[in-house]
Design a protein. Sequence first.
Length: 503
Amino acid sequence: MQHTHTYKRHRPEQTLLYQLVERHYPEFLKQVGHQGKSLPHHVEKEFEEFLRCGRLEHGFLRVVCDDCKHEKLVAFSCKKRGFCPSCGGRRMAESAKLLIDDVLQGYPVRQWVLSLPIPLRLLLALYPKHLSKVMQIIHRAIATNIIHRAGYLKKQAKTGAVTYIQRFGSSLNLNIHFHMLFLEGVIIQKRERTSFKRVKAPSHRDIECIVHTISHRIATYLEKAGLIQRDMDNTFLDLPMDDEDSLLPLQAASVSYRIAVGKDAGKKVFSLQTLPAKDFDNYGQLAKIAGFSLHAGVFAYADQPDKLERLCRYIARPAVSEKRLSLTTTGNVRYELKTPYTDGTTHVFFSPIDFVSKLAALVPPPRLNLTRFYGVFAPNANVRAEVTSSRRGKNSPRLAEHLKDSDRPYHARSMTWAQRLKRVFNIDITVCEACAKTNVKIIACITEVAVIEKILKHLDKQDPPIIANTCRAPPLIESKQLIPVNDYEIQRDFDFGAQKHYH
């Protein structure tokens, strides 16, 4: 029997991320207001709901064991998509489970990662309605290459993909890029039966041809849409000069690695180099053209569900990692990069106010679907019900009362709260930690303020006051100072050029 951990309520008010937002978000709003602008409603709501997430004062569930009467209180979550690590972790686990169990099960899968030039990241953040067309261009180019490498025409075979739109980079910068899980092969339909044919891995030349096609078609589309203008020598973005709210300058600063607010606004973000620089040329399954970067070096076989689930979790991960967040002795925010940059940069630093501005720039607009299904996995695909284990699709068989349970098509459902806890944290909430029995159930949902205060006071469960955070970074080193022993260097005006490979 696998060991599970005992449930212990997450206290967000004791995390550094929560404290930074709670203390500095009001000041950030004041600075935005001094400019005569205001944040969009969905961004303000993201911050407000984050400050309520996991707090018992804003409502909770009462969970009681029927055997020993042991009781626990479970706070509500914000369920937002911006920067909440807790809700992002639960969503990550549920998305990975859905893909493994219902969509990609039994197929070899390759990850294709496309990064865009810095100007196009800002353009697509400002005009999210054009994302769908851009993603169709990308999917069509890669799918066509896979079908042709399999020896078929587009009318004879199809492939499928699941795409995640990631809006964040390793340094909390706004970086819209795409993680695509493509079938490493094609689906062939003959006489109402489907079969799968695998293809060989793409060569460097294949990837170069694909990224060249993608860059040309995206530029052509954006020019026809009136979003860019080109002459003989230059290309210009058609951005609004007078924005009604303050989100555009925040996004522009975030996407270009610059400080958005405060006395140093417009300067490059302070960075720390602790590793020697490396040359990163085009080779293997990586190709770069005109700021576009396409990588296809990660592959999972059909009999590697664990590896595929780790890959799905990686591409669906939250934007902010609390483990890599800390404070310096001077009160600045220090954030460690998940993967060092090619020049050796491993950390970036923000003032608390500028850190809040970086969070605001990462909030996705409402009603923007960040997960897309293409090809045979698309909701309206004719063969979707045949190639996926969930058997849901355009031509899926309808349920009939006379069918046995074993004959009915499987329909996936969202994971319950208890299932998410068990999958993410290996915690089984249905088991009582006092008597180790499974007779635990929810007896009430408490949302009224007067009742909340009365219960918390009676049970003496009121949250303790915010304590000083102990997550502190090593002392800052003077700018441009060299330490010969470790070959460390801090570079204030670091050039994050578009020609470098960032994710």
